[in-house]
Design a protein around this ligand. Structure first.
Ligand SMILES: [Zn+2]
Length: 208
């Protein structure tokens, strides 16, 4: 079964949903799970557009059960990040470039380009083309975690995996990398918890 994360704007609010294609289902259905996810299941020949049309048709049902205020504050927070990203992107890029070249004096890895992005769910990444990507939100992290993140992505230039060899490279800079790794995992990409919660009821609506 194919699943894709999507979102739709309804009356000025962004509603995230999961689009599922089910080969055996003959109809479109909407399900609100109690963990807050809205699932739209479409039949084998169903389309994304058809799913969106269905969501719009059933907007009053959706708006009755979802937590509109939570979603609105989520939207506002996203706008805040977007603004901050635009104003601080350059500053963060300079900081990151400085740190990369500082830590790379030990490693001497070659890399291509460094990018600063506004990721929603990722602190950083290293691509096969040897580009390094960093989430601008790292400016909200304590400095030791910023440095760990830089070294982590830097070491992926040599080892594009999390093998023993990779961790050996990291430990050349950070003996305590296990603690740093755990702390970074626990650090929220959103300073406040924005996990969207609905009313905690499982509802299902099916189009016949
Ligand atoms: Zn990694």
């Amino acid at each position: 079964m194919l699943q894709v994360k999507k979102e739709i704007r309804l009356d000025g609010i962004t509603i995230p949903y999961v689009l599922k294609r089910h080969p055996r289902s003959k109809r479109i259905s909407l399900t609100l799970l109690d963990d807050g996810r809205l699932i739209v299941t479409i039949p084998r020949r169903g389309t994304h557009l058809g799913a969106e049309r269905f969501i719009r048709e059933k907007r009053s049902w959706i708006q009755k059960y979802i937590n509109v205020d939570k979603l609105r504050s989520h939207d506002e927070q996203r706008d805040t990040y977007e603004k901050e990203y635009k104003t601080r992107k350059q500053e963060v890029l300079e900081l990151v470039e400085q740190k990369v070249s500082y830590f790379n004096t030990n490693y001497r890895f070659s890399y291509n380009k460094i990018y600063v992005k506004n990721h929603k769910a990722q602190w950083g990444s290293c691509t096969e083309k040897k580009n390094l990507n960093f989430n601008y939100r790292l400016i909200h992290l304590p400095e030791d975690l910023q440095n760990y993140l830089i070294v982590h992505e830097l070491c992926h230039l040599r080892e594009l995996n999390h093998s023993q060899k990779f961790w050996e490279l990291i430990s050349l800079t950070f003996k305590n990398y296990k603690i740093l790794r755990r702390r970074l995992k626990e650090a929220s990409i959103y300073p406040t918890n924005t996990h969207i919660k609905y009313y905690g009821v499982v509802k299902q609506l099916t189009l016949l």
